[in-house]
Design a protein around this ligand. Structure first.
Ligand code: ADP
Ligand code: MG
Length: 600
C-alpha cells in the first residue's frame, strides 16, 4: 500500500484512544475541566456505567459564546499560552485535547454560560461533526453530556466491562478528586440514584469519611512533613492522612497520591508508604493513605502521558524520602507502646487473631477431614517406603498411568516436608514435586465451593451479632450489583440505609476470619478486577472467597496437615493449577535431577 496521510476523522479516532479509554476517562477529563474552571460544585451523573450517558455539571466560569466551537478544536486550550508555561503548569488541563478527543468518539452536548452572559450557548457534536448550535436558558456554569460513548468505535466498545465495573472506575475517579478538593462539593448519581457526595466543607477529614466511611476516617492520622529542596526556593511538602497500624487492606489500591492536587499513580511513592509501615503491618497487608505532595511546579513534569496520570519528578529520591519520612513519623507517633515482653508488632494483636491466616481457622478444617491413620508419624511413613505406604489398601497405585504427563490426575505422593513455610515437598513415582500450599488449598476450596453451590448448600456461619458495615461507595456499588452472587457463596447481607449494610453470615470456609474485614477485602479484590481467567462474576467471587480462606504462605504445616492437603488436592479435578490459572506445583523428574547432577 502506498503511504498516505490518514483522513482527519480516522486520525481523530486514533488520537482519542490515547485520552479516552473508558467512561471513567471522560469523567476524569470533565471533572478536571470543572475544577480548572473554578467550580465550587460538581455534579456527575452516569447511566449504565457511563456507557449510555455521562453528564458533568459545574458552577464554574463557563465558556464565552464565541469560543464554544473552538473548545472542540484539537490543541485548543485557554490554559497555556507558550512553551515556557509548560514548565510549571498550575492547571489540571493544558493539552487542549480532551474535548476534541471525546467529541470524536461520542454524541456530545455542551451548554455553557459565563455569569456575565444572559443566555447559555448550546452546541451538539456527533463524531466530531457539529449538528446543532444555538442558545438556551441555563444556570451559570457548564453542563456537558456525552451519550453513547464509542458508538462509532466498535473495537473500543467491545472492551468495556460490565456496568458495575465501569461504575466502580468512575466512583474511584470522583472520590479521588473529592479527596484532593475537599472545598468542592461533589455528587455522583448512578442511574438516578445518589451514590456519593461530599459536603465541600474544605475539611479533608469530611471527604475521607465520605469516600472511605466515617469509621475508616476515624482510624486515620494526620500526616505532615517538609523537606527542603536544594533546587528550589520552595520546600517539598507532604500532607494528608494515613491509616493507623490497625487499619490495613489486602491490596495497595487505597494508597492515593496527589501532586499539587493532581491525582497521580506512582509505584515508587506507593512503596515509600508501604515501607513507612515496616514492621507495623502484618505480612501481605497494605496501608490506607491519602497524601498530597506540594512541590514547586517547575520541579515536576506532568506532560509525560496524555492522561496525565503519571508524572516525572526532577528530584524523585528526595520526594520518596519526604513521603516515607512524613508517614513514618505519623505512624510511629500513633502506634501504641508495646507491652513489656511482647515481641509482635503492635498492630497484630487485634487484627491478626481473627485473620483467615490464623492457623486455627483452617487447622480445624484439616482435622475434620483426617482419616483414621492420621496419627501416624511422618518418619514412620518415610521409613516404610514406597511413598504410597499410606494408601488405603496397601496395594501400590498404578504409578505409570498416573504419572503420564497427559493425565490431569496426580500420581500418589509421599510428603517429605515443608520449605520456606510455603512449599510442600513430596516424592512421586517420577521424582520430586514442590507444591505451593496456598495455590493448592485455593484449588481444593474452589472445587469444594463449586460442589456446594451446585447443590445450593453452601455452609455459612451466622454471626452471633450482625456486624454493621459502612462501605465506601465503590464497594457498595459492588454489593448492590452482585448481591445475589455474594449471597450464593455464603454471605448474608442486608441493606441498612445508604452505603451501610448489615452482615449476618459469612461463608463457612472463611473460618475464624474477622467477618467485616474479610468481606471488605473480598470487595476490594473484586473492585480491582485483577482476576484475568475468570470471566463470570460468580466465578470471580468464588475465587476471591477461596483466596481469602486458603492457607497462606508463611504458615508452618504439620506433617498430617500436609498429607491431608495433598490428599485433597489429589481428589480435585484440576489439581495442577489454582483457580487463577497459576501452577499449584512444580515437578522435577528423575531424569531432570539426573541431568542436573551430571549422571546422564
Ligand atoms: P484543556 O483542559 O487541556 O485546556 P480541554 O479539551 O479539556 O483542554 O478543554 C478545552 C477548553 O475548553 C479549556 O481550555 C477551557 O477553556 C474550556 N472548558 C472545557 N470545559 C470547561 C468547563 N467545564 N468550564 C469552563 N471552561 C471549560
Ligand atoms: Mg481538560
Amino acid at each position: 500500500m502506498a503511504i498516505r496521510v490518514l483522513p482527519p476523522d480516522v486520525a481523530a479516532k486514533i488520537a482519542a484512544g490515547e485520552v479516552v479509554e473508558r467512561p471513567a476517562s471522560v469523567v476524569k477529563e470533565f471533572v478536571e475541566n470543572s475544577i480548572d474552571a473554578g467550580a465550587t460544585f460538581i455534579r456527575v451523573e452516569i447511566q449504565q456505567g457511563g456507557k449510555r450517558l455521562i453528564r458533568v455539571m459545574d458552577d464554574g466560569c463557563g465558556i464565552a459564546a464565541d469560543e464554544v466551537p473552538l473548545a472542540f478544536a484539537r490543541h485548543a486550550t485557554s490554559k497555556l499560552g507558550s512553551v515556557e508555561e509548560l514548565n510549571g503548569v498550575k492547571t489540571l488541563g493544558f493539552r487542549g485535547e480532551a474535548l476534541a478527543s471525546i467529541a470524536a468518539v461520542s454524541q456530545l452536548t455542551l451548554s455553557s454560560r459565563p455569569s456575565a452572559q444572559a443566555a447559555a450557548t448550546r452546541i451538539r457534536l456527533e463524531g466530531s461533526k457539529q449538528t446543532a448550535f444555538g442558545s438556551a436558558g441555563s444556570p451559570a456554569g457548564t453542563i456537558i453530556t456525552v451519550e453513547n460513548l464509542f458508538y462509532n468505535v466498535p473495537a473500543r466498545l467491545k472492551f468495556l466491562k460490565a456496568d458495575a465495573t465501569e461504575t466502580g472506575h468512575i466512583h474511584r475517579i470522583v472520590s479521588h478528586y473529592a479527596l484532593a478538593y475537599p472545598d468542592i462539593r461533589f455528587s455522583l448519581q448512578c442511574d438516578n440514584r445518589t451514590t456519593f457526595q461530599t459536603s465541600g466543607s474544605g475539611q479533608l477529614f469530611d471527604a475521607l469519611a465520605a469516600v472511605f466511611s466515617l469509621e475508616t476516617a476515624r482510624q486515620m492520622i494526620e500526616v505532615e512533613g517538609q523537606e527542603t529542596n536544594p533546587n528550589s526556593a520552595y520546600p517539598i511538602e507532604v500532607f494528608g492522612y494515613a491509616g493507623n497500624p490497625s487499619l490495613h487492606r489486602g491490596m495497595r489500591d487505597q494508597i492515593v497520591f496527589f501532586v499539587n492536587r493532581r491525582w497521580i499513580q506512582d509505584r515508587a511513592l506507593n512503596q515509600a508508604v508501604v515501607q513507612a509501615y515496616h514492621t507495623f503491618l502484618p505480612v501481605g497487608r497494605f496501608p490506607v493513605a491519602v497524601l498530597n505532595i506540594e512541590i514547586d511546579p517547575t520541579q515536576v513534569d506532568v506532560n509525560v502521558h496524555p492522561t496525565k496520570a503519571e508524572v516525572k519528578f526532577q528530584e524523585s529520591r528526595l520526594i520518596f524520602k519526604a513521603v516515607q519520612r512524613a508517614v513514618r513519623e505519623a505512624v510511629v507517633a500513633a502506634a501504641p507502646v508495646p507491652h513489656y515482653g511482647t515481641h509482635v508488632a503492635p498492630s497484630s494483636d487485634a487484627s491478626l487473631s481473627g485473620h483467615a491466616g490464623d492457623p486455627a481457622s483452617w487447622r480445624g478444617m484439616f482435622q475434620a477431614h483426617n482419616r483414621a491413620d492420621a496419627g501416624h508419624f511422618a518418619f514412620e511413613a518415610q521409613r516404610t517406603l514406597p511413598f504410597h505406604a499410606e494408601g488405603e489398601d496397601g496395594t501400590p497405585a498404578d504409578w505409570f498411568t498416573a504419572s503420564d504427563p497427559e493425565s490431569k490426575k496426580l500420581p500418589p505422593m509421599r510428603v517429605i516436608g515443608q520449605v520456606q513455610q510455603m512449599y510442600i515437598v513430596t516424592e512421586g513415582p517420577d521424582g520430586l514435586y514442590l507444591i505451593d500450599q496456598h495455590a493448592a488449598h485455593e484449588r481444593i476450596l474452589y472445587e469444594k465451593l463449586a460442589a456446594q453451590k451446585a447443590k445450593a448448600a453452601v455452609p455459612r456461619q451466622q454471626l452471633l451479632e450482625p456486624a454493621i458495615m459502612e462501605l465506601s461507595p465503590g464497594h457498595a456499588a459492588i454489593v448492590e450489583s452482585e448481591f445475589e452472587v455474594l449471597t450464593e457463596v455464603g454471605f448474608e447481607i442486608e441493606p441498612f440505609g445508604g452505603t451501610t449494610y448489615r452482615l449476618r453470615a459469612i461463608p463457612d470456609m472463611l473460618g475464624k476470619a474477622e467477618p467485616t474485614q474479610a468481606f471488605v477485602d473480598i470487595l476490594a479484590e473484586m473492585a480491582d478486577g485483577a482476576i484475568p481467567l475468570a470471566k463470570e462474576t460468580h466465578e470471580k467471587i468464588a475465587i476471591t472467597v477461596c483466596k481469602r480462606a486458603s492457607v497462606k504462605g508463611g504458615q508452618v504445616l504439620s506433617q498430617e496437615e500436609m498429607r491431608e492437603l495433598v490428599r485433597q488436592l489429589e481428589a480435585t479435578t484440576a489439581p495442577r493449577t489454582c483457580p487463577h490459572g497459576r501452577p499449584t506445583m512444580i515437578h522435577l523428574s528423575g531424569s531432570q535431577l539426573a541431568r542436573e547432577f551430571g549422571r546422564i
